[in-house]
Design a protein around this ligand. Structure first.
Ligand code: GLN
Length: 190
């Protein structure tokens, strides 16, 4: 299974490593034409404003809307989750606007800017180690979105068909099970 990692900014190498640990083949995607040769795409964490700007500049917005339209899976982590959202809190312009949810950026405040915790995630047998860094929260989801994990009552992982989103950084630990789940989604889609 060839899984692309959008390589405009952010934690690209770490995702490629986790995809490999989960049994897939990760490739850095720098140009929209490369999307034709991958079975799924990860949008990494970083800075969503920067990633969004570069996506516009390099023609990724329409290319990824087509990619999603074709049923190809997309996995957004942290800033990548923000990029996937249809609605951003505070009236900010959405980027891809693919996933039926409202997202608040930097939602944990300064006290809890970055932290680690063990999360119960639906579909994953035992708790997953999750690293949160200036993380966003999912404030509200549409009926077609399945909540996979919450932290202190707030949604931090969700799935809408072929779209998967996590507030945290699953690529910063050796626990590759969420990447494994995404690989399963890519297998099913193919
Ligand atoms: N705070 C970043 C943003 O708003 C996301 C942080 C991250 O990806 N670790 O885009």
């Amino acid at each position: 299974m060839n899984i692309g990692v959008l390589a405009l900014q952010g934690a690209v190498a770490e995702h490629i490593r986790s995809i490999g640990l989960a049994g897939g083949h990760g490739v850095a995607v720098k140009q929209p034409q490369q999307l034709g040769s991958v079975d799924g795409l990860v949008i990494p964490g970083g800075e969503s404003t920067t990633i969004g700007k570069l996506m516009r500049k390099y023609g990724f917005i329409d290319a990824l809307r087509d990619f999603s339209q074709a049923g190809k899976p997309i996995f957004g982590t942290c800033a990548g989750l923000i990029v996937l959202a249809e609605r951003l809190d505070g009236g900010e312009e959405p980027h891809l606007g693919l996933m039926n949810m409202t997202v608040a950026r930097n939602a944990f405040g300064r006290q809890r800017e970055s932290f680690e915790t063990d999360l119960d995630v639906q579909g994953i047998e035992s708790p997953l180690r999750a690293v949160f860094i200036r993380a966003p929260l999912i404030k509200e989801v549409g009926d077609d979105v399945e909540v996979l994990a919450s932290y202190k009552g707030e949604i931090v992982t969700a799935r809408q068909g072929h779209l998967l989103a996590a507030s945290f950084h699953p690529e910063l630990t050796d626990d590759y099970r969420l990447h494994g789940l995404f690989l399963d989604m890519a297998r099913q889609a193919r």
